[in-house]
Write a protein that binds this ligand. Structure first.
Ligand code: SF4
Ligand code: SF4
Ligand code: SF4
Length: 285
């Protein structure tokens, strides 16, 4: 072993996380929205054989890590993958890669194009410095498969159902499809209890008489959630936000977090300390 001091912060900034084994690093690679094409997967597999132990680890946030990269191989491994368009994953006090489900491109329940949205957000904010770290998730519908409520900034697709009463024949298919009992048929006509409705759109898909249609499609925004040792549930900030509103809120959230957040403070802890109202006023103005 050389006596040279290892610059762990520098290595972390390049995606190399120190392992418990001396001079070994787990190389984190950036994956946006959980999708990677076959060519990149092959390049990662080759790198795992050449520089790691011949396997990869998929993290709970859809990232790929190649464990057991030796200190002396870190630079070569990074350069080789960079040439294939595979960037280093984020660690430390930065914005992390955006996670997402398959959304309306693939999933039958999907209401929004999660990959597209995740890529746009990632392009704008990935790796930006923040007081602690900032995790963003985009999920396609209220089934919430990527748990937006456990992220600093969570986005969930939703749709407002609208009833066209003249087409309704009272068949109750919508009632059966609704998992939360928000739509009821009374005297052969469907009615929605908006207090119970979670904006999932299942009733619209179930109706065969064109008596239900999609009104506004947008997203619910949750803020301040986190998992880990002291988990917090994200607070619902907005429902049915369109893309312009979403990016406006996101930009203002970054400004707010950077300005008001203490060093090492997660966004949810900031909201708890300062109060939700001050933040809400600022980002929704
Ligand atoms: S959150 Fe909805 S759209 Fe996304 S995978 Fe789950 S069911 Fe499908
Ligand atoms: S499924 Fe359509 S037609 Fe049938 S009760 Fe519901 S809204 Fe009316
Ligand atoms: S949108 Fe979902 S929750 Fe609302 S009434 Fe339809 S099925 Fe029920």
């Amino acid at each position: 072993m050389s006596g040279k001091k290892i610059d762990v912060s520098l290595l972390k900034s390049k995606g190399f996380l120190p392992q418990r084994q001396e001079n070994m690093f787990s190389m984190r690679l950036k994956v946006v929205s959980g999708n990677l094409d076959a060519k990149k997967l092959r390049a990662i597999a080759d790198a795992a054989e050449k520089y790691g132990s011949g396997y990869i680890h998929i993290t709970s946030r859809q990232q790929i890590e190649v464990p057991f990269v030796k200190l002396e191989d870190t630079e070569a491994a990074r350069n080789e993958l960079e040439k294939q368009g595979i960037s280093a994953g984020s660690a430390g006090k930065k914005v992390r890669a955006v996670v997402a489900c398959q959304g309306d491109k693939v999933c039958r329940n999907g209401l929004i194009d999660c990959e597209n949205l995740a890529c746009k957000i990632d392009e704008k904010y990935f790796g930006e410095a923040v007081p602690k770290k900032l995790k963003i998730a985009v999920t396609g519908c209220p089934s919430a498969c990527v748990r937006p409520q456990e992220n600093d900034f969570g986005i969930m697709g939703n749709v407002k159902p609208e009833i066209l009463g003249e087409n309704c024949v009272g068949c109750k298919l919508c009632e059966k499809a609704c998992k939360v009992g928000a739509i009821k048929v009374l005297e052969d006509k469907a009615f929605i209890n908006t207090k119970k409705c979670i904006l999932c759109g299942a009733c619209i898909a179930a109706c065969r008489k064109d008596a239900l249609r999609a009104g506004k499609i947008g997203c619910t925004i949750f803020v301040g959630g986190k998992a880990g040792r002291q988990p917090m549930q994200g607070i619902k900030l907005l429902e049915l936000a369109d893309e312009e509103q979403l990016f406006s809120v996101l930009e203002k959230t970054f400004e707010y977090y950077r300005r008001e957040g203490l060093d090492g403070e997660r966004f949810g802890d900031l909201l708890e300390r300062v109060g939700m109202e001050k933040y809400r006023e600022e980002v929704l103005s």
